[in-house]
Design a protein. Structure first.
Lengths: 255, 358
């Protein structure tokens, strides 16, 4: 009952917006034709009739996105570990992470295309850069912000630095790892799409969006791919939420 | 519990109220921009000195490809017709069709094959001036690759800019019985020729008046094989001027004047290609002045006034060529139906413009 109340307002809001869109209200408000903003019914129709092609293109996109997210997260976590373990030298590394994280993906993607020849590897590189930064920042917080009493307890047992790391700091960082992953999902998917805009490949959701939106009568198809991308984004996010619930049931912050 | 339900109920109403407020706000914005749009786009607006303001959305950055427009502007041909013309340069993600549809520009420049896709989608655009009489799109391969005709494309890496530019190549492959979806390795070509130079692609897209000229700076003519879409009989018409049908009907005089001055611009560019090239280079600062002069010459020689046509035919809408573009667009799947030529072009404005020149 409580849960239903929680999702009802956003669901209602979404339904109202979609309804207004279907009635052509947005086309009228913004004074744009249905060629520029197709109606939801048209987009869903095209989505269904192109399901096979969408599936094929999705593989090209989602595979590197998922692998890149995992590798980027591992890389990010590894960096957080180093920074936490060696605070003096780690500070410099943190600055480096911040700088790399600040490079706009849209500038990085065409560059990477010139460095690597295999599109999959190119995408992987871009996604790893995009997904690792948020992981480092979040994981580091988890590794550092440990309750004093836990540390005191470990000290009283004469635990060494590495034992504290293994038994207190790393478990303490898990909830923030999931925060890092959740932000990483959207960053990774965004990076994949941007990378595909500049790619040599002629498949993938990013390519199809860019390509379809340029051809007058193929715009609804472009929107169908945008819809597909949103669905995949939500699905990946959901997977991470489910993992979070399963893996860190014990944590106090779990709602 | 009870109070909780009440609260969430109130919140629901708050959300709805918010949605309504936002919608109202947007409606307010929309209606003001609409009136502004109709003032600019609808009836011709007269500015200072009694000139009628017109905006043209070009297809790409200022370059020799559009020499006629820029010459007409710089030499004052538009002004002589009582027009104050602004030319907005295009870019990789600006579509002229949207700009015209949104009322930002009244006249758009794009490939006729692209305009067709919007007509196919239901837009009321009409082609009023066919600037290019053929397709200047080449496929280029290195001579030692042995690729000479469309038949040799099978299994090769072929670069295209896509976004509608690929349909001539589809028709070319189909002509030789090649399954273009599976038997050709298509590659997204960027706006440099690096992929061709370092061998990542076997065949590159090149405009005869632009990329091909740049290639000739690096290769001898004998080192390159050119597949010409016109010779292969699969050409689709490129640069044209289109407008919204309704706007054209309401602003007939303005449109005719604009077309007349544009024809004069192209004629002047044909007589003075060096000066025309300098003009577009000064405005666009793209590549080099020499390149813009060369492009202007090539565009005029091969597409605007090609062999066998005269200066009085600049912009003429040749129904046979138009029909071939429609037919081929339909057979390659670019458009979903054979659009009636009467709904696609209207040559009355061009006819009146050219008559006024004589």
């Amino acid at each position: 009952m409580n849960k239903l109340q929680g999702i009802l307002p956003p669901l209602l809001f979404g339904a109202v917006l979609t309804g207004l869109w279907q009635l052509g209200v947005f086309n009228r408000i913004f004074n744009i034709s249905q060629l520029q903003l197709p109606l939801p019914s048209k987009i869903i129709g095209v989505f269904i009739s192109h399901l096979t092609a969408i599936g094929q293109n999705a593989v090209t996109t989602i595979a590197p996105a998922a692998v890149g997210l995992i590798l980027g997260a591992l890389l990010g976590y590894w960096m957080a570990l180093i920074i936490a373990a060696f605070p003096q030298g780690g500070y410099g590394l943190m600055i480096l992470v911040t700088i790399v994280n600040a490079i706009p993906i849209i500038a990085l993607a065409p560059l990477m295309n010139r460095w690597f020849t295999v599109p999959f590897i190119t995408k992987l590189a871009v996604i790893m850069v995009a997904a690792s930064g948020s992981m480092t920042v979040h994981a580091l917080q988890g590794l550092k912000n440990v309750a004093e009493e836990k540390l005191d307890l470990m000290h009283s047992c004469a635990a060494g630095k590495w034992e504290v790391f293994l038994r207190v700091r790393i478990p303490n960082s898990l909830p923030s790892v999931f925060s890092g992953l959740k932000i990483g999902v959207s960053a990774a998917l965004l990076a994949t799409i941007i990378s595909e805009f500049f790619s040599k490949e002629t498949s993938g959701i990013g390519y199809m969006i860019k390509h379809s939106l340029k051809v007058g009568n193929q715009r609804p198809l472009g929107w169908a791919y945008i819809l597909a991308m949103s669905l995949f984004s939500v699905a990946l996010y959901a997977v991470i939420c489910i993992l979070e619930r399963r893996l860190i049931r014990w944590h106090a912050s779990r709602r | 519990m009870k109070s909780k339900i009440r609260r969430s109920g109130q919140r629901k109403w708050a959300v709805l109220l918010e949605a309504l407020l936002v919608a109202g706000l947007l409606a307010g914005c929309g209606s003001t921009s609409q009136t502004a749009g109709s003032a600019e786009g609808g009836s011709a607006q007269t500015g200072e000195e009694g000139l009628t303001k017109l905006t043209v959305q070009s297809l790409w950055f200022a370059q020799g490809q559009f020499a006629g427009l820029y010459v007409a502007q710089e030499k004052g041909f538009y002004e002589e017709e009582g027009l104050d013309v602004e030319i907005i340069p295009g870019g990789t993600d600006v579509t002229s069709e949207d700009q015209v549809s949104n009322g930002i520009a009244q006249i758009g420049v794009d490939f006729y094959s692209s305009v067709l896709t919007y007509q196919d989608g239901g837009a009321d655009f009409i082609n009023v001036f066919q600037t290019f009489k053929n397709s200047p799109q080449y496929l280029v391969a290195k001579a030692d690759s042995g690729i000479k005709t469309g038949a040799d494309l099978k299994g090769k890496k072929v670069g295209s800019w896509f976004g509608g530019r690929e349909y001539e190549f589809y028709a070319l492959a189909a002509k030789y019985g090649i399954d273009y979806e599976n038997e050709i390795d298509w590659v997204q070509q960027d706006y440099t020729l690096d992929q061709f130079n370092n061998g990542e692609i076997d065949v590159a897209s090149a405009m005869s008046y632009n990329e091909y000229l740049l290639l000739l700076d690096q290769y001898k003519e004998s080192e390159l094989n050119v597949i010409d879409m016109n010779e292969e009989g699969v050409s689709m018409l490129e640069d044209c001027l289109f407008v919204q049908k309704e706007w054209a009907e309401e602003n007939k005089d303005t449109l005719v004047k604009f077309l007349r001055a544009t024809i004069r611009g192209w004629q002047y560019a044909a007589d003075h290609p060096d000066e025309a090239g300098q003009i577009v280079y000064r405005i666009g600062e793209s590549a080099t002045e020499e390149h813009q002069i060369a492009m202007t010459r090539k565009v005029i020689e091969t597409a605007v006034i090609p062999e066998g046509s005269s200066r009085e035919q600049i912009g003429e809408l040749d129904t046979a060529r138009i029909q071939r573009t429609i037919d081929q667009g339909f057979s390659t799947g670019l458009i979903s139906k054979k659009i009636d030529i009467e709904d696609s072009i209207d040559d009355s404005y061009w006819k009146e413009a050219i008559a006024g020149l004589k």
